[in-house]
Design a protein around this ligand. Structure first.
Ligand code: OGA
Ligand code: MN
Length: 280
């Protein structure tokens, strides 16, 4: 992993880990937000799957504007998680006002909004309060997971369409959506495993017991340690990821009892894929 900065056009970056991710070193999004910067960030995301831009003092409105440059903001289906007046921005928190399910809503391997017809392209988290311990996000590189399969695993994976439901519910309370397990990236065309964990409740055309076994096996494959990067947040980190190339998982939280245990993230998820012109 290089510790030196690398230039991508005007953006100075360095690797976040060996498995994936870039840190952008010279950007102040309050000053520099414009379509050219958005396109440069999108291009880096298509190549590296996760970006972290440190020290971004963004208001929720700034975050919504940033998101809107990438695509169409998605309003979360649980209305009480949306920020008042900014329905496209969601507040994740371990404060007292959250029930147990909301507290750890992201603490499982998943793909954002895969339980919908058009899942999220990008998700952004802005670190508004960071606990002293824990509170990271794990990312599993699904391009690498796709590449690291045997021929027979790959053949099976290519033939599978997963049936997804919100929170993996099987009680018919939420609609079902189908997505192929192997997808070409909508912009780069690079193949990756997609939605390989958690929300899958079945496989099209496969008996349930066999589907369960196959899905468990792909989930296990997709989340092996060599594919994982753990992001440890600093205050005012802005982290953006490309849901087409990774799975992610919040670390389990307990409810904050004091200030140094508080974790507050403002989140935006978008639909839409900014096109890039192919140049750096
Ligand atoms: C989510 C999620 C990650 C985190 O809200 O969908 O994955 O670290 N959050 O909070
Ligand atoms: Mn998520």
């Amino acid at each position: 992993m290089t510790r030196e900065g690398t230039m991508h056009g005007t953006l100075k970056t360095r690797a976040l880990s060996d498995s994936m991710g870039l840190e952008v070193l010279n950007l102040d999004l309050r000053m520099d937000l414009n379509p050219v910067v958005t396109a440069s960030l999108a291009k880096l995301l298509y190549e590296h799957a996760v970006l972290c831009i440190r020290d971004q003092e963004l208001s929720p409105k700034d975050l919504a504007e940033l998101g809107a440059g990438f695509g169409c903001l998605i309003e979360h289906n649980e209305a009480d998680l949306r920020l008042p007046g900014l329905p496209g921005v969601m507040s994740l928190s371990n404060a007292d006002d959250r029930d147990d399910r909301q507290l750890n809503g992201g603490a499982h391997w998943h793909t954002d909004l895969v339980h919908s017809a058009e899942p999220a392209s990008f998700t952004m988290l802005h670190a508004v309060a960071v606990p002293e311990h824990g509170g990271g996000t794990l990312f599993a590189n699904q391009v690498a997971a796709y590449q690291d399969m045997t021929d027979s695993q790959r053949e099976l994976a290519e033939s599978i369409t997963i049936v997804h439901c919100y929170e993996g519910r099987r009680d018919g309370s939420m609609p079902l959506f189908e997505h192929d397990l192997v997808r070409d990236h909508p912009v780069t065309g690079r193949k990756a495993l997609y939605g390989a964990a958690d929300t899958g409740i079945g496989v099209v055309g496969m008996p349930d017991a066999e589907a369960r076994r196959v899905l468990d096996e792909f989930a296990r494959h997709a989340t092996q340690s060599q594919f994982i990067y753990r992001h440890a947040y600093r205050l005012n980190d802005l982290v953006i990821w490309d849901n087409a190339q990774l799975l992610h998982c919040a670390e389990t939280l307990h409810r904050a009892r004091q200030a140094n245990e508080r974790r507050i993230m403002h989140r935006v998820s978008v639909r839409g894929w900014p096109q890039i012109d192919g140049r750096a």
